[in-house]
Design a binder for this molecule. Structure first.
Ligand code: ATP
Ligand code: PYR
Ligand code: K
Ligand code: MG
Length: 581
């Protein structure tokens, strides 16, 4: 623990221009050298599934591993208590489609608080590694796992890396300083204790490199602005041109002729502390890693390789879109990732605010096209950090994200530090349910076009089956869609069509179940799956009927992509409709 503490401290102090990269190599070098020893079935599947028989063999290896942990699922219907309650109360069409992510912080970290959020519809709990200690995060993770195991909730866990950006060093008190118009300030990397009048210390050694006289320095996307008047060695002498508050850890951006001077790419996406946080998260069993300040696909690809080689397990990697550079490489980043977070907070520091709505719409559209879940994050209900009711504009913003068919919405400070976290969650819940209903009534999903994403024939067949399934379920006004899936691919392909009936995804892989928690309209269930598809179907229908959740006359559409573990059996991709008798 002492080592972790030291590193954390170092990185919140000064970013060395090369130090962080060296450390990253150190962490990464270890698993790379063992490449070839740990062959991972999942990795094989994605690469080799285009080569027929071999793919079946590899999937066979994996399914054998997977079923090891699920031996006692026979006759068990792993439906979470919240979905079950919602289903009983509101029926199939009443199930909420948009998923909800809550950032956990000091205002909601007791077991009771967490349970209230789980009951209120939190699908994913996000831990921002920028704040607090690993022990604090460990405690939250364990509490959530306890709630899942002992009380039947199904809340997935996400860690969000700190990353690094050019910031003002936090000297402790005073918490903020006012800069008056025309006042002269020095920007430096020289370290000093306490605060020094008219001096701002940056955390990045190279902050002034490439910056010219006449350039502007903007605090936190517009809190205050300075014009560079003189370069003095590594320091900058600046005049305040737009007065405002200088907060500790404020983000610094540099502008020339109205355009951002992009210095982010000089910094590593994953610092040494981030790698330690990632190791910590994986060993604590989190389901998602959200990577801050991704600039290109490489950061995501490297991390996914690292996880598959070192841990041989499936942990979903989400790329956070919050830099100008990430917008330039958007499509390759989405393709490389398991999902995207539109991190509007930091994004709004790098691009003009008026561009955020169109950028958001473009990203949500592209993610759906490429079949990757997308989370819309930051300031959705910002006023609720302080007040018990949202502004009308905030409700309109939430509705707009739902109208765009985002998979998930995220609370930040509203749940982490605000006193009205549960209320904010219920505002998200009610607002999204309302917009979902309107979208169904208006038949808006009929206009959704899908891009073909499958490369192999098998993948293309799966995709067409899912598109047809969604169309049939809507046109025939069926009650529910059941999909049997080991890796969640079919469930996500159906979800992509945003169909009216709820999608129940039956899987025997608990990591697939937790990952599907972020997917629009999918209720994941953990159950036993055999190679006998007909037996799987009738058993799950019986179990749901026994619980009184489905009744005689209900009609369900059933989709399956279970690939049998024996190569002598054929791949079972099917679509069928059953009326409950
Ligand atoms: N674990 C925590 N401990 C203390 N404060 C927290 C914690 N998590 C969040 N907060 C507080 O909640 C506020 C909003 O949280 P959040 O983590 O979403 O910040 P953010 O700045 O939007 O995210 P990021 O740092 O990834 O850009 C933060 O300013 C912070 O004060
Ligand atoms: C969520 C986040 O990182 C942001 O909005 O900046
Ligand atoms: K973060
Ligand atoms: Mg951010």
């Amino acid at each position: 623990m002492a080592v972790m503490g030291d590193l954390a401290l170092k990185f919140s102090g000064m970013i060395k221009k090369d130090g962080a990269f060296d450390l990253k190599k150190g962490v990464f070098g270890l698993p790379i050298s063992s490449h070839g020893v740990f062959f991972n079935a999942r990795k094989f599947r994605s690469v080799e599934s285009r080569i027929g028989v071999q793919a079946v063999m590899q999937v066979g290896v994996e399914s054998a591993e997977v079923s090891k942990g699920c031996e006692n699922l026979e006759g068990f219907l792993g439906l979470d208590v919240v979905s079950e309650g919602e289903l009983r109360e509101k029926g199939f069409l009443g199930l909420r489609k948009t998923k909800l992510v809550c950032t956990i912080g000091p205002a909601c970290c007791s077991l009771d608080d967490l349970e209230r959020l789980a009951m209120g519809g939190m699908n994913v709990a996000r831990l921002n590694m920028c704040h607090n200690t690993r022990d604090w995060h460990k405690d939250v993770i364990r509490k959530i796992k306890k709630l899942n195991e002992e009380k039947g909730y199904c809340v997935s866990l996400m860690i969000d890396t700190e990353g690094c950006q050019i910031q003002v060093v936090d000297h402790g008190a005073p918490s903020s300083v006012k800069a008056e118009e025309g006042s002269i300030w020095f920007f430096t990397t020289e370290t000093f204790a306490g605060s020094r009048p008219f001096t701002v210390q940056s955390n990045y050694e190279g902050f002034s490199e490439g910056i010219n006289v006449g350039d502007e320095i903007v605090f936190d996307g517009g809190m205050a602005t300075f014009k560079v008047e003189e370069k003095v060695g590594n320091d900058l002498r600046c005049r305040c041109t737009d007065p405002g508050l200088l907060l500790p850890r404020a983000k610094l951006t540099f502008w020339r002729d109205g355009k951002l001077v992009d210095k982010n790419y000089e910094l590593p996406t994953l610092t040494a502390k981030d790698w330690l946080d990632i190791d910590f998260g994986i060993s604590e069993g989190v389901d998602f890693i959200a990577v801050s300040f991704v600039n290109d696909a490489d950061a995501v690809t490297d991390l996914k390789k690292f996880i598959s080689i070192k841990y041989s397990k499936s942990i979903k990697v989400l790329a956070k879109i919050e830099s100008l550079e990430s917008l330039n490489n958007l499509e390759e980043i989405i393709e490389a990732s398991d999902g995207i977070m539109i991190a509007r907070g930091d994004l709004g520091v790098e691009i003009p605010l008026e561009q955020i709505p169109t950028v958001q719409e473009k990203i949500t559209y592209l993610c759906r096209q490429l079949n990757k879940p997308v989370v819309v994050a930051s300031q959705l209900l910002e006023s609720m950090v302080e007040f018990p009711t949202p502004t009308r504009a905030e409700v309109a913003d939430v509705s707009e994200a739902v109208r765009q068919y985002a998979d998930a919405l995220m609370l930040s400070g509203e749940s982490a530090i605000g006193p009205y976290g549960q209320k904010a969650l219920s505002v998200l819940r009610m607002t999204s349910s309302r917009m979902e209903l309107w979208s169904r009534e208006e038949k808006r999903q009929n206009a959704l076009l899908q891009r073909n994403v499958g490369a192999s024939l098998t993948d293309q067949i799966a995709e067409h089956i899912c598109n047809c399934a969604a169309g049939m379920a809507n046109n025939l006004a069926l009650d529910a869609i059941f999909v049997y899936t080991r890796h969640g691919q079919m469930a996500s392909l159906i979800s992509r069509n945003r169909p009216n009936p709820p999608i129940f995804a039956f899987t025997n892989d608990s990591s697939t179940r937790m990952a599907l928690n972020l997917q629009w309209g999918v209720t994941p269930l953990l159950c036993d799956l055999s190679d006998d598809m007909e037996a799987n179907i009738s058993k799950s229908i019986d179990l749901i009927k026994t619980k009184g959740l489905i009744k005689k006359g209900d009609t369900v559409l059933i989709v399956s992509d279970i690939v049998p573990s024996s190569t002598t059996q054929t791949v079972f991709q099917s679509i069928q409709i059953k009326t409950v008798v």
